[in-house]
Design a protein around this ligand. Sequence first.
Ligand SMILES: Nc1ncnc2c1ncn2[C@@H]1O[C@H](COP(=O)(O)OP(=O)(O)OP(=O)(O)O)[C@@H](O)[C@H]1O
Length: 633
Amino acid sequence: MTPKYTSESSSLSFDVPSCLKNKRLKGINVTFKYSVSGDEWAWFCKVSTTNGVVDLMYNPKVFGKPEFGEVGIWLSYWPIGNTLDFGNTVHVSIDVMSGLEVHECGVSLVYSDKETMENNMGGVEILGGNLSGFELSTGAYYLCRHDFLRLMEVGRLTPDWFRILVGDTIDYTEVRGWRQTGRPKQLNDPSFTELKTVRCIIYGPQVEDTYKIAEMSKSSLGDDTVAFTSSLLKGETIDEAVEEINVKQYKSGDETSDRYSHARIMKPATGEGEIVSSSTSAYPCRRFSLAKIQSATNNFSDELVIGWGGFGKVYKGQIFSEEAGHIVAIKRRDSVSNFGEPEFKAEIDTLCTFHHVHLVSLVGYCDDNGEKILVYKFMPNGSLYRKLHDVHTPLSWVTRLKIAIGAARGLEYLHIGVRTQHGVIHRNVKSSNILLDENWVAVISGLGLCIAGPTDQSIPYVEDTVKGTFGYLDPEYALTGKLTYKTDVYAFGVVLFELLSGRRAIDMHNGEDDSKLVVWARKCVKERKLDQMVDSNIKGTISTNCLRQFAQIADRCVHPVPKERPTMSELVASLEALLELQEKPDTSAKSSSIMGFPWKIKKYFVPAIKPNFEESGTSSQKSHDKNKKRDDE
Ligand SMILES: Nc1ncnc2c1ncn2[C@@H]1O[C@H](COP(=O)(O)OP(=O)(O)OP(=O)(O)O)[C@@H](O)[C@H]1O
């Protein structure tokens, strides 16, 4: 792609030229050349126009480095509506906070035919799905949902809208500022039965936003709407299966008795029976045969064991498709494991329902010959526990903060309960259940003990059998069996202290008195001996304010009284502000207590989008409100 406008710096401006007849300017592609100058990548691309639109295209401030190679990168910017009008001056800049030097940038213009939008709706065309055999009914509503994992790995894409194409020509839903401006289009055209492809073109929204969209659409269609989800598997490869498109069909009329009658799961074209479609699968995800798993792990070779937990051994494996091999982590239940069918089911159910960049992704499972096996996306940097305590990889303070933010976001997502009335309590939060991908992005794993959270926190669950891991157990829960979302917050507080101190949750080497991290850390906070708490690997690298506030936050998480602990949404906001504080210690954030006013410190964040506060509030504000309502009762 040769840019039309270029600059030997990191920014450029150009005037939108006139269009040829029957064409319209759909958007721009931005390329830039860079060299890597540090370990921490933080940058975004800003596009502003004279008519006042400002968009940050890509803000991987927390998520890491750009992925597209060492010398060049390209991004597409597709404004909503026709904001790139003739005569507008457009200014494009690549703003780097750290880690990169941008040497030149360029912009090319992308046009589409006015009449046919099919190839030019813009953005990243995520995937296609072969629809032959899938019955599309006229008069039905369709909404595509895509698993955003792959995109989200790259970073939070903005702006917050997405478009969906069903078929070759039409149907898109557009969302902006959390407000639905369109709705799934009714497909009355009989030619839809002949559809061959589904294409999703998506920008920005995090996966939970998409679910919200789906819910909104559903309610907007009235009470008699029947919704179901069906999966279209396009081919053989894992990537494709993981990146399945779910087509939601909203169909009017009373069909409760035959609610799922239109759902079709397509078998992969060359599956050879190894991947079982969900018509024979008890769960809505991929089922592998034992033979496939055996071949992936060299018949469960001990050489491939990468971990061992309560469920059993974890193997690094490779699952082959026609085109390539895919590295996965395979967890096989040990015959003596305390984890049984309920935990197996809980993990699959949850991971099939909840998808988030900070939640481990389940590729599939195997339930043959009495085996219980879970197959996950492989996380190259293993668990946080191993990095902190076994391998002694010196993680920088900023990396630790980012890990804390990622894990907090994953838990926040579970607690909020995006697609269900209730959220989910993890019940086994600990550093070995926080995995790290190749960019050190944290994901929450180990959901075998998770349980649907109560909708009304004034009536907490009371459990006969307390479950969890010693060293991370909420004392209130351990003592009374009362389980709340704050049980996870407590355990997360222990992880925060681990990150700060590099100590294990329980470590007898520290002497009996100091063997329990929480007890020792709370004592240090109380006696204001914060310097003593800092891991020797990162001593002197934490700004004074950041250290003080981090210790306070962790301390509040492990408060003996659950109500005194923050919600996960408050924690996310506070930790994000702390990261800002660490990176820019001179900002006025210094003077405020971060934990006290998490939603007021939003101004210290780099906004991912230009928020529309009146209409909708920010996502954190919304989460905060929802969590607060739930947790503060
Ligand atoms: N998806 C994965 N990618 C890479 N390594 C993994 C993955 N899943 C697990 N592991 C490794 O296997 C180890 C054991 O994981 P597992 O979840 O079975 O047990 P645990 O977290 O130690 O304990 P528990 O069973 O109580 O959750 C992890 O600590 C990690 O090192």
